[in-house]
Ligand binder design. Structure first.
Ligand code: ATP
Ligand code: MG
Length: 172
């Protein structure tokens, strides 16, 4: 029997980020490998490092360094031009998937850029199945433990090859 994507077992693996620089480096790797239509969801407590990771992603996408990437908590969505556009969303102040639908954000998931969503758990119903979900936990020794969950095979390969992806970008 062939399983529909949403029926597939999701796959998890864990990444340890010891410093902010590690978080940024992981973000750069994700940004370097991003393709149009990718969606990355970032969840975890206040101060977990979601925006730090997004700043790295912006670097990896070659967003102009003059564009300082901040949490779009009040405006909910910031768009930055890069190798492909970065749509940075923050659902912290939203209460339901319905609000996201009403704001018309869903259509960004299927556009030509990379969508990064902080606090995506506020609107899980409308998130695409093949997203990369990163849940960041702060451990007792202030290290970040990132649980990566995905159903799409593309993310497994990319996460395993991420060091190479970054090297290839540097060699261009
Ligand atoms: N791996 C890490 N180890 C230690 N500190 C880190 C790490 N990654 C990020 N930080 C630090 O955590 C702090 C909070 O980060 P950030 O603002 O990115 O969190 P956030 O998850 O976006 O928070 P919010 O939910 O309020 O938007 C920053 O000072 C950042 O330097
Ligand atoms: Mg933030």
């Amino acid at each position: 029997m062939t399983l529909k994507p949403q029926e597939k077992e999701s796959i998890e693996h864990e990444i340890i980020l010891k410093t902010s620089a590690d978080t940024e480096k992981f973000g750069i790797q994700l940004g370097s490998m991003a393709l149009p239509g990718d969606v990355i969801c970032l969840d975890g407590e206040l101060g977990a490092g979601k925006t730090t990771l997004t700043q790295g992603i912006a670097k990896g996408l070659a967003v102009d360094p003059a564009c300082y990437v901040t949490s779009p908590s009040f405006s909910i969505l910031h768009e930055y031009p890069g190798r492909i556009p970065l749509y940075h969303m923050d659902f912290y102040r939203l209460n339901s998937s319905l609000e996201v639908e009403e704001l018309g954000f869903e259509e960004y998931f299927y556009m030509s850029g990379l969508t990064v969503i902080e606090w995506s758990e506020k609107a899980t119903e409308i998130l695409p199945v093949d997203r990369l979900a990163l849940h960041i936990r702060i451990t007792a020794d202030n290290v970040r433990l990132v649980c990566c969950t995905y159903v799409a095979e593309k993310w497994r390969n990319r996460l395993l090859n991420r060091e190479n992806v970054q090297k290839n970008q540097k060699n261009k």
